[in-house]
Write a protein that binds this ligand. Structure first.
Ligand code: FES
Length: 104
């Protein structure tokens, strides 16, 4: 696993799968689940589907459209175009993905 998935380029998806800003889908890089998403600047981004605090999944849908992802435990917000933002914003829940299908 280490030799194959950590040392070479991997196909996690195609740009045509996320045509609009906010579109996302889940994919895999070896054993790691990643999110491929289209940010506001129109770029495709790939990042681990975990919060930086304790590794909780920030996305529980296979695909959809959203402006941000958040940790359900302590609400660390992850924006596709930026590094995760620290701290919780109690009482301020981000919107759910609008066209998401239930994932795992
Ligand atoms: S466990 Fe995810 S932000 Fe703390």
């Amino acid at each position: 696993m280490e030799l194959i998935f950590r040392k070479s380029w991997l196909l996690v998806g195609h740009q045509s799968q996320i045509p609009s800003v906010g579109d996302f889908l889940l994919s895999r890089m070896g054993e790691d689940q990643v999110i491929l998403s289209r940010s506001k600047d129109g770029k495709a981004n790939v990042f681990l589907n975990t919060c930086r605090h304790k590794g909780m999944r920030v996305c529980r849908y296979d695909e959809g459209n959203t402006k941000l992802f958040f940790c359900p435990y302590q609400r660390l917000v992850v924006r596709p175009e930026r590094r995760p933002e620290g701290g919780s914003r109690k009482g301020e829940l981000p919107p759910s993905p609008s066209t998401a299908r239930t994932g795992a």
